[in-house]
Design a binder for this molecule. Structure first.
Ligand code: ADP
Ligand code: MG
Length: 396
């Protein structure tokens, strides 16, 4: 990342600066913001530009309106929260391209800031249509991509627009990339990865790519079930991907022949049904009863994992250890968050649900870094290209 130009490498004074931020926050059933972490994380770049006399035009998507205006996905609640947090009014325009928008942007004075309407109200956004990208580019003299959560998308506002404007990274994007890159390429060792979540198929890429980077790998959550199956264990009615069992078996072999320790839970919390109200109990993984469902890692596994955590210097965590949304099955994930916080290691948390779990456990401030981009951080750790980054200007 250090190889890409950032907002600090370009002249912005008096310029119109188009900033792609990731203000895509979850909404509750009343259409109110359910979170504001990403909005908060976007502010340093906006402030930086304002202080340097730029005319700041902020763009973002919200949800999945699929190419047409959806009233419930307008950015008004985002503009309101952004205004509150910045302590100044951030006006929101009714569209993100077009003559009227261009006229409003032309009126901006140095230090002014406006927010455009949801970029995904236009089909050209996700199609990365050159005409739509050009229309966006007419709103700026410089493009700053700060939307880490969207850099794995090859969309008009995340990548396409960079063909028509000098394009650089914002402060959040730079920080996200620096932290991930450091953890991956020059970590203090031992380097431990803890991978969980629902499905193996979502995380095959990361399990493959971390093989020759980590010293130890812990696999938990629903995806461990497929590994249990690969070992010939009964998994009852658990979430499992039988067609991925062969792959899990191969991965275990590869880890072994690479000399990387791969730990799976040795005990689990099982429930009679996939429900918070269901009867539950702790069993060794060899004794998962027919018809029952694995919901969380067990207490012995937590203790074993804690020892590995305490020996590690750098830890990557992606994916909860159990169905933490249900109170009776949250403990595995919550105690892991606690152990990570207490470990003294540099902890990097990626993944939307994992980040939410860490915040709920109250340990967010004790992690070195919590990524604002689940999909993007996964893609980075898989070693894949990020279109929103590769489109930026290289440092000389
Ligand atoms: P992240 O967003 O952190 O990358 P994922 O999206 O991969 O995580 O997975 C999160 C989901 O995995 C959570 O909603 C959680 O309920 C689910 N999960 C974890 N363990 C299990 C399990 N044993 N059975 C079913 N679902 C599980
Ligand atoms: Mg997720």
């Amino acid at each position: 990342m250090v190889r890409k130009k950032t907002v600090e490498d370009v002249e912005v004074d008096g310029k119109r600066v188009l900033v792609r931020a990731d203000l895509n926050e979850p909404l509750d059933e009343n259409g109110n913001l359910a979170d504001d972490v990403r909005i908060r994380a976007s502010i340093p770049t906006i402030k930086y530009l304002i202080e340097r006399g730029a005319r700041v035009v902020v763009a973002s998507h919200l949800g999945r309106p699929s190419g047409k205006p959806v009233p419930g996905l307008r950015l008004d609640p985002v503009a309101e929260r952004l205004s509150e947090l910045m302590g100044r009014k951030v006006p929101k325009l009714d569209d993100c391209v077009g003559e009227e928008v261009e006229a409003r942007v032309a009126e901006l004075a140095p230090g002014d800031v406006v927010l455009l309407e949801n970029t995904r109200f236009h089909p050209g956004e996700t199609e990365n249509d050159p005409e739509f990208a050009k229309a966006l580019a007419r709103l700026g003299d410089v493009f700053v991509n700060d939307a880490f959560g969207a850099v794995h998308r090859n969309h008009a506002s995340t990548a396409g627009v960079a063909r028509y404007l000098p394009a650089v990274a914002g402060l959040l994007l730079r920080k996200e990339l620096e932290v991930l890159e450091k953890a991956l390429r020059e970590p203090k060792r031992p380097l431990l990865a803890i991978i969980g979540g629902a499905k193996v198929s979502d995380k095959i890429g990361i399990l493959e790519s971390l093989l020759d980077k980590v010293d130890t790998m812990i696999i938990g959550g629903g995806m461990a079930n497929t590994f249990f199956l690969a070992r010939g264990l009964n998994v009852g009615k658990s979430l499992v991907e039988p067609n991925k069992a062969e792959m899990a078996r191969n991965l275990m072999k590869k880890y072994e022949s690479n000399g990387v320790k791969l730990l799976l839970p040795t005990d689990v919390v099982v429930a009679e049904r996939f429900s918070a109200a269901a009867r539950n109990k702790v069993v060794p993984v060899e004794k998962i009863p027919d018809g029952w469902t694995v919901m969380d890692i067990g207490p012995q596994s937590r203790r074993d994992f804690r020892e590995v955590i305490n020996r590690a210097q750098t830890i990557l965590w992606n994916g909860p250890m159990g169905v933490f949304e249900m109170e009776p099955f949250a403990e595995g994930t919550m105690t892991m968050a606690q152990y990570l916080a207490e470990s003294g290691a540099s902890v990097v948390v990626g993944g939307g649900e994992s980040a939410a779990a860490v915040r709920r456990a109250g340990y967010a401030h004790r992690m070195m870094h919590i990524s604002t981009g689940g999909g993007a951080s996964l893609r980075f750790l898989e070693g894949k290209e990020l279109p929103g980054v590769s489109c930026l200007l290289d440092k000389e």
